[in-house]
Design a protein around this ligand. Structure first.
Ligand code: 9MG
Length: 287
């Protein structure tokens, strides 16, 4: 089955799982903070080198973020976020044909991103900020709606659920309905259960085990587990040594219907997904 999805003027067939490389233009992201900034400003050469390596390794999407969402991270002023992302898009857009995603919750950033050639809005707050739904609609871009319990600063203090799968599912359904009411059609929506966003290990594992339930919505599912704490809890390893665990998690998610895997480790993830694709060809399952 072909599942073409339009990201602005670009299309991706999501019948085969795709890899989204993470580019954090931040001082304090949990794994790669500070690597793309020099004296507080975007290091353009470092960004281009990292983007090129990811695209060569097989990334079909790149996700650009200018504010860390890790617990305890410093807030970044909207003007600073706009400046970093505008500069990054100006460098990347003319050079790369891949889908460029912007990780932000800010309506002002959404408007800028559309004008600067971005193809996707990735909002960990699922367009809940004032004016976000309207700005996303006006951008004309597709949106990734992610589930998060609480806010980044405190979300891991004491996350609780009665039924994490049902609660994440109903939150996402409610956000899809809000998008549709605001004029953003289902053909412009991707969903994300938000691994690690206000969730303990047991919650993350339940969501991974039952990811097919979310995929049953018919909307493409994006997941991000790369180097996250859940992998450290399972393996006892620090962030820099979680690549293998991240690939395992990516393959398990793709097998359960994830269409896009957000990762720091593009080459390893692409290889892992090739193993799954080979197996599925053998099983006669088309991807
Ligand atoms: C920005 N960001 C960090 N982790 C993420 C995840 O798991 N999903 C999405 N969509 N964005 C994320």
């Amino acid at each position: 089955m072909n599942r073409p999805f339009s990201f602005g003027s670009r299309q991706l067939d999501l019948a085969r799982p795709r890899v989204m490389g993470i580019l954090n233009i931040t001082a304090d992201s949990f794994s790669d903070g500070g690597e793309l900034l020099s004296a507080g400003r975007l290091d353009g050469d470092a960004l281009l080198r990292r983007a090129e390596a990811m695209v060569e390794a097989g990334a079909d999407l790149l996700d650009l973020g200018a504010e860390s969402t890790r617990p305890g991270a410093e807030a970044v002023a909207e003007s600073e976020e706009l400046e970093r992302l505008t500069a990054a898009l100006a460098l990347l857009r003319p050079r790369f044909g891949v889908v460029l995603s912007v990780d932000s919750s800010s309506p002002a950033v959404f408007a800028m991103a559309a004008a600067a050639g971005a193809d996707l809005l990735n909002d960990v707050r699922a367009l809940r900020r004032t004016g976000a739904l309207e700005a996303a609609r006006e951008s004309g871009l597709p949106v990734c709606l992610m589930h998060m319990q609480g806010e980044p600063g405190t979300m891991q203090d004491d996350p609780r659920y009665h039924d994490v799968l049902a609660e994440v599912g109903s939150f996402l359904s409610e956000r899809v309905a809000a998008c549709e009411a605001a004029g953003i059609g289902r053909d412009r929506i991707l969903l994300d259960p938000g691994f690690g966003f206000g969730k303990r290990l047991e919650h993350n594992l339940t969501l991974l085990a039952d990811l097919q339930a979310l995929a049953a919505s018919g909307l493409p599912i994006l997941v991000g587990m790369s180097r996250k704490r859940m992998l450290g809890e399972l393996t006892g390893r620090p962030t820099s040594e979680r690549v293998a665990a991240g690939v395992a998690a990516a393959v398990l998610a793709a097998e359960r219907g994830a269409a896009i895997i957000r990762t720091h480790d593009v080459a390893a993830t692409v290889d892992g997904l090739k193993v799954l694709e080979g197996l599925n060809r053998k099983r006669g399952r088309q991807m």
